[in-house]
Design a protein. Sequence first.
Length: 138
Amino acid sequence: MKDFIQIVLAALLSSGLTYFFGIRKLRTEAELRFKAERYSKLIEPLSAFLSNNPEEHTLIVLNDTFFFSSDNVVREVLKFNKLYNQREKQFSEGRQGKIIQLTAEDVKPLIKAIRNEFGLESKSLDEEELRFFQKPTK
């Protein structure tokens, strides 16, 4: 009888651990898919600021990162926002129509933080210049 109880307890423990880690893996995979989908929506607005065709209202999508991103990404979004506001102030002083164009170096820390959240290295971003493909202007 004692052996039977040990076998049942071992089976229950094994099943419980398998279930726990299986659910955890599925949750992590779903979370990564969700984040990848949300982050992909940031590419176009960020790349527009590196071209001559920025659309300021599209940067509002960065606010969404406060709800699903790691603390490191949120920190970089806040730094980017601060930089953007400084540039906006510089460009708007004494001008009527303002066009704020940011550089790849301005966006790079945010891109690196997002890549880091997915466990990706960013050596290529340090070695090469960050460039986005642009839509043709009409």
